[in-house]
Design a protein. Structure first.
Length: 482
């Protein structure tokens, strides 16, 4: 697809949430009409911040963000806003417009067809599954007919059919799209350029090519820069040794020492701030609380078919070492089942009293966003101590500085890693995992899968990430669609 004129430009943009701790420094890049661009970088590197600068929700400390006059920007967010949960589908879409649309119902029907979603317009948003909400978020952005479409982790919660439909849609979409995602196969299917954010150098580098090509180019650039810096470092060390030797000599030797100092200064100036590959989690273990009796008993489940609840009898008794996979398409009731099990509201699915339960919610609603990360980890311990908490946090790439910040300032990826850190400290007998790959950097997923595969408590999981599921040996499967 031919690209047009520049539609969006960042000019020397510097941004910081905390004084003197910039997240971006002098960021410069442009995005053209009809471009399909991926934003990649480490968790906490500023990917979602870039989106907020584009929409105007945030303002740069210095520099400018210029969107062509008259161009419309719309964002499909990662998670449904809390204030939208109690609205009907119709009421939710009404908030996309500044003025009343008298043909709103018609527009809603048309846009829901585009995202392959069929739900009653009077249904409350909170009653939709995570996958249905993901499609609704995309439809909400599309109904605004944007010139720049921003997609923040759009494949989260989508089943295989939903991802296929979204991929096909984006390949045919004729306007500008900027995407944040950790789903590499999805990204490579339509990306023609990448903006790479580096949390260490606080720079933004722009690349042209599909996702895999760019990843290879970045790795090659990192290696070239490392080799150059190694050569310069060797020169600097060698010249410093000679300076120390010649400086105490007289005459021409002292002049030579002065010349070497100039060469050292030049070499140090030529040293490159290298990009760094994402850090990958080191292996970790989630220990299980000692529990020799039945952990959970499931005798009845409810599935949603044709928008109506249907109950069916089952007989699933879970003991230590059991791993249960809950399957079925978006909207069937998988997340609802986990919520009811965790809350004890489903008499047909009960957890034994006294069992420690770790619950990974796909929207992180189990976290108190006003707490600091440190407080969230300390709450998992009977006798918390600083050394243990900071050590566990660091293992999950949450530095002492990050742990002191409120959770509301965390990226979605950092919230996910915080949940796993909590499980390590909690030592649960039962893990309930609702889309546990959501927001997590793909580099970490094999490490997390290995930890879950070694976990000897009871595991109940909902996940559409088949590659991740395949790395875990499940003892049982409960398909809600059958």
């Amino acid at each position: 697809m031919e690209h047009g004129d520049v539609l969006l430009r960042f000019n020397a943009v510097t941004f910081e949430y905390v004084e003197d701790r910039p997240l971006l420094e002098d960021a410069c890049f442009g995005v053209r009409e009809r471009a399909k661009v991926t934003i990649m970088g480490q968790n906490g590197g500023g990917k979602s911040t870039i989106f907020k600068l584009i929409t105007g929700e945030l303002q740069p400390k210095t520099g400018t963000v210029n969107v062509r006059a008259g161009a419309r920007v719309a964002i499909a967010q990662q998670v449904m806003p809390t204030e939208a949960m109690d609205k009907s589908v119709t009421e939710y879409f009404a908030t996309a417009f500044d003025e009343k649309k008298y043909d709103l119902e018609k527009r809603i029907s048309e846009i829901l067809t585009v995202v392959n979603l069929s739900v009653p317009h009077e249904k409350l948003v909170r009653d939709l599954s995570g996958g249905q909400q993901a499609r609704l978020l995309l439809a909400y952005a599309l109904i605004q007919n944007p010139d720049i479409l921003l997609l923040d982790e759009p494949t989260n919660n989508l089943d295989a059919e939903g991802i296929f439909h979204l991929t096909y849609f984006l390949q045919a979409y004729e306007k500008t799209v900027i995407v944040i995602s950790h789903d590499t196969e999805f990204l490579n299917s339509f990306t023609d350029g990448v903006l790479h954010l580096d949390v260490f150098t606080r720079t933004v580098n722009q690349y042209v090519g599909d996702y895999y090509q760019v990843v290879e180019n970045i790795a090659a650039q990192i290696e070239r820069d490392r080799m150059k810096n190694a050569r310069l470092h060797k020169q600097i060390v060698d010249r410093k040794e000679k300076v120390n030797f010649f400086a105490n000599k007289g005459g021409k030797m002292r002049k030579l020492a002065s010349k070497l100092r100039d060469e050292i200064e030049e070499a140090e100036e030529n040293t490159i701030d290298t990009l760094r590959e994402d850090k990958t989690l080191r292996g970790f273990a989630i220990e299980a609380q000692e529990w020799n009796e039945s952990v959970a008993l499931i005798t009845r489940v409810t599935a949603v078919k044709n928008h109506e609840p249907v109950e069916k009898e089952v007989d699933v008794r879970l003991r230590r070492g059991h791993r249960l996979l809950i399957t079925g398409p978006n909207g069937i009731g998988k997340s609802t089942f986990l919520r009811a099990l965790a809350s004890g509201l489903n008499p047909g699915a009960q957890i034994a009293k006294g069992v420690h339960v770790g619950y990974y919610r796909q929207d992180f609603s189990g976290l108190d966003y006003n707490q600091s990360g440190y407080e969230a980890l300390a709450s998992m311990c009977d006798s918390p101590d600083n050394e243990t908490i900071y050590a566990v946090g660091a293992h999950f790439l949450l530095t002492s500085y990050i742990l002191k910040q409120p959770i509301r300032t965390y990226s979605e990826g950092q919230k996910g890693l915080l949940c796993y850190a909590q499980f390590v400290l909690m030592k649960p007998s039962l893990l309930l995992l609702d889309e546990p790959t959501n927001h997590i950097n793909f580099r970490h997923l094999p490490v997390i899968a290995a930890a879950l595969n070694d976990y000897n408590g009871v595991l109940i999981m909902v996940s559409h990430a088949q590659d991740f599921v395949d790395k875990i040996k499940f003892t049982d499967e409960l398909d809600l669609s059958k």
